[in-house]
Design a protein around this ligand. Structure first.
Ligand code: MN
Length: 365
């Protein structure tokens, strides 16, 4: 979520952690994985000779870092393992180019039609599997490892913990149970996940346990300084130009969200073409737009070549943007969520505004 997280993605993300006053509690049917849930997944992994690990489309550090960490661990154990995500073209964002284990990544075509065991990471909704959806649904076992509150559990097995600040935290537990030690490459993948989704340990879902996790990762040799520079502080000059145009286009609507304010902008596909910026590089734009103090809610609409719009939204704690995005067919976390729209910019913003208006908003004081 915030960070590069995406869309829902991913999102860096301030994640739903402890219940926030005024926000709905995590859905009742969501419960943290039980011992039995873990055991079933460990048994499935132990029995599989071939495993496919998949991240969501336009993967962020949490999705791809989690998949690659498990990929490296299973390769050590001699398992035939592949990592993939359902984009075409399939591009690893430049901000994640430091991730170890990328030799495990294969195109969608190289994933078996009927995988023996597929495990998805940070995929909040089956549609976020993109081109891998059919293969995932055909898998003999599909294990969903995730931390999105909105995840209804679309696999045959789930390890979903809505209180985890990142999917990488669940992967850490999985590796511990598999008896795989945190070496430097695996720790680097997990650090990318937890740093992305906590905004470098700034968001509210960050707990003492999150810092303890980071401590173990640094002890394993993670270069947090170089990772942070790549994750947060490196962009192309073309991105700066796209950012400038998007900020010029930004609108502030103080009356929206029950008077708490909405700031929004959008990025036409033509801007990306003009400046040679690949779409995955603008995932962090929302983190600039959401700085506006006058707005509780921020929204960035990113146009794709087919004219559809990917919406990323963020809130500061008073409004549940997962619910607002859910009204537009998306989802995510209370603080960070997304959706896809085919309505065009004005109608999409109007629909989002209406969804915000339908939410309970606590009084400002
Ligand atoms: Mn995540």
């Amino acid at each position: 979520m915030p960070g590069r997280p995406d869309h829902v993605t991913g999102t860096p993300t301030a994640v739903v952690g402890v219940p926030v006053p005024g926000l709905p509690a995590p859905r009742a049917e969501l419960r943290r994985p039980s011992e039995a849930d873990w055991q079933v997944v460990l048994d499935a992994i132990g029995a599989a000779s071939s495993v496919d690990l998949v991240a969501h489309v336009m993967p962020d550090g949490d999705a791809l870092g989690s998949a690659l960490a498990v990929g490296l661990a299973l390769r050590q154990r001699g398992v035939d393992v592949r990592v993939s995500f359902g984009d075409d073209p399939q591009v690893v964002p430049a901000s994640l180019s430091f991730l170890p284990g990328q030799e495990l990544i294969v195109p969608v075509a190289d994933v078996p039609e009927r995988p023996e065991l597929m495990i998805s990471f940070d995929v909040s909704d089956a549609r976020r599997l993109g081109l891998l959806l059919d293969k995932a649904l055909a898998a003999r076992e599909l294990v969903v490892v995730d931390h999105h509150t909105s995840n209804a559990g679309f696999g045959t097995r789930s390890l979903i913990d809505p209180l985890a600040p990142a999917t990488a935290v669940l992967v850490d537990e999985l590796l511990r149970r598999l008896g795989v030690p945190l070496d430097e490459p695996i720790a680097t993948c997990l650090y990318a996940g937890v740093a992305s989704d906590t905004g470098s340990f700034r968001y509210s879902a960050t707990t003492p346990a999150t810092h303890e996790f980071a401590s173990r990762l640094l002890a394993a040799g993670v270069r947090h300084d170089t990772i942070s520079r790549q994750l947060w502080d490196t962009q192309s000059f073309g991105f700066l130009k796209v950012l400038a145009a998007a900020l010029e286009r930004a609108e502030l609507e103080p009356a929206a969200a029950g008077g708490r304010g909405l700031v929004w902008t959008w990025v036409p596909w033509a801007d990306l073409l003009a400046h040679g910026v690949p779409p995955e590089q603008i995932e962090g734009l929302i983190d600039v737009v959401r700085k506006a103090a006058e707005a509780e809610v921020a929204l960035v609409l990113k146009e794709d070549p087919d004219g559809s719009l990917r919406g990323s939204s963020r809130a500061k704690g008073a409004v549940d943007v997962a619910a607002a995005c859910g009204a537009l067919g998306g989802g995510g976390h209370a603080y960070a969520a997304g959706f896809t729209s085919h309505l065009g910019v004005p109608a999409t913003v109007a629909a989002f505004r209406s969804a915000l208006d339908a939410l309970p908003v606590p009084p400002t004081d």
